[in-house]
Design a protein around this ligand. Structure first.
Ligand code: B12
Length: 232
């Protein structure tokens, strides 16, 4: 068995301590956090999902695997943070929407964003509409990231965007949405800026969007400066 298969197996069978030990061993061997994530942890959760779907796993087993997965992501997060660029590229608030307790995918997205140099404030799960907005203002975020895993909680994303529009704050933030039931069409329909299917592409698109936002802001400042100079 490869180390990745061992990690996968340990997550699937809910063995948190073993996950910790194996990941630390992998890191000592020079394996990257991304490799552990993509070849060990994510395939494990895919198998858990499949087993849940096939009724080989029920909620208690899924909870155990999810806890072991959380052990793994917490350890990897530390390694990813260490490697991240020192200077922050921009700021993100991320959370799973109101009524939804799924946080594994959201945690992965947050981790990948940190890895690319974005500062991430994780609001957790079951996050109220107003909390997304208040925290985005408080942390002067560039991006609001929302995750939903239940078809019944997806409409919460639309509520957040609606409230941003009402408060005339929509232009201030890049709104990014995702989660298993979310689609490109849904994202477009509710007026989100970015949708991607997985954590890796989410991070790349977030970085691109922040850089474009910085460019726009720089142009506005330059134009305002030139106009002021012309007046004087
Ligand atoms: C683990 C799990 C649980 C765990 C959650 C533990 C935790 N801490 O998260 C527990 C057991 C608690 C749970 C509970 C429930 N669950 Co559940 N759960 C799952 C399961 C098996 C896996 C989800 C997961 O973690 N996948 C692995 C991660 C890595 O993938 P991901 O979340 O999709 O994230 C990736 C992408 O979606 C994307 N992404 C995610 N978020 C974001 C955000 C942004 C901004 C972007 C860009 C991208 C992005 O990037 C991620 C990484 O690449 C899914 C099955 C499935 N097929 O998804 C069901 C599933 C989501 N659950 C389901 C249900 C019904 C429930 C319950 C109602 C069950 C019950 N009867 O009690 C409760 C609801 C509780 C609640 N109020 O939220 C259904 C949802 C059906 C639906 N269409 O609405 C599913 C699909 C299972 C099924 N087939 O029936 N669940």
């Amino acid at each position: 068995m490869t180390i990745f298969e061992e990690i996968s197996e340990a997550v699937e069978s809910g063995k948190g301590k073993q996950v910790k030990r194996l990941i630390e061993a992998a890191m000592d061997d020079g394996i990257t956090p991304e490799e552990v994530l993509n070849q060990g942890l994510i395939p494990a959760m895919e198998r858990v999902s499949q087993k849940y779907h096939n009724e080989q796993f029920f909620v208690p087993e899924v909870i155990l695997s999810s806890r072991a997965m959380a052990v793994g992501t917490t350890i990897l997060e530390e390694y990813i943070k260490e490697q991240a660029p020192r200077e922050s590229l921009g700021t993100v608030v991320i959370g799973t929407v109101k009524g939804d307790l799924h946080n594994i995918g959201k945690n992965l997205v947050g981790m990948m964003l940190q890895g690319l140099g974005l500062t991430v404030y994780d609001l957790g799960y079951d996050v109220e509409v107003d909390t997304f907005i208040e925290k985005a203002r408080e942390y002067q975020a560039d991006i609001i990231c929302m995750s939903a895993m239940l078809t019944t909680t997806m409409p919460e994303m639309k509520k957040v965007i609606g409230k941003l529009v009402n408060k005339r704050l929509r232009e201030k933030y890049i709104v990014m949405v995702g989660g298993a039931p979310v689609t490109e069409a849904f994202a477009r329909n509710i007026g989100a800026d970015i949708y991607t299917r997985d954590a890796g592409s989410a991070a790349l698109m977030a970085r691109e969007a922040v850089l474009a936002k910085r460019n726009r802001e720089a142009k506005v400042t330059k134009t305002a400066g030139a106009e002021k100079e012309a007046e004087t």
